[in-house]
Design a protein around this ligand. Structure first.
Ligand SMILES: [Zn+2]
Length: 69
C-alpha cells in the first residue's frame, strides 16, 4: 500500500476535435476549481493548451436541478 492516497480524479470526458496549437486529437473536458469558482475547461492532454474555459456550476460536482433546466 502506498503512503499517500491517489489524487482526486475527476471524470475527463474525451471530446471530438483537434488541438489548435499542436494538432493532437486528444481533447478532454473537465471541471477545475479556479479563483472565481468552478470552471469547465477543455484542454489538450498533449500540450495542455486550454481550448475553452467557461463558468461551471457554482457548487462544482453537486448538480442542482435548476442547473439542468
Ligand atoms: Zn495540444
Amino acid at each position: 500500500m502506498p503512503d499517500v492516497p491517489p489524487p482526486l480524479e475527476v471524470n475527463r470526458e474525451p471530446l471530438d476535435g483537434t488541438c489548435p496549437r499542436c494538432g493532437a486529437a486528444d481533447l478532454r473536458a473537465y471541471p477545475v476549481v479556479a479563483e472565481q469558482g468552478w470552471v469547465q475547461v477543455v484542454k489538450c492532454q498533449h500540450c495542455l493548451h486550454s481550448v475553452s474555459r467557461e463558468p461551471w456550476h457554482r457548487l462544482g460536482p453537486i448538480r442542482l436541478l435548476a442547473d439542468l433546466v
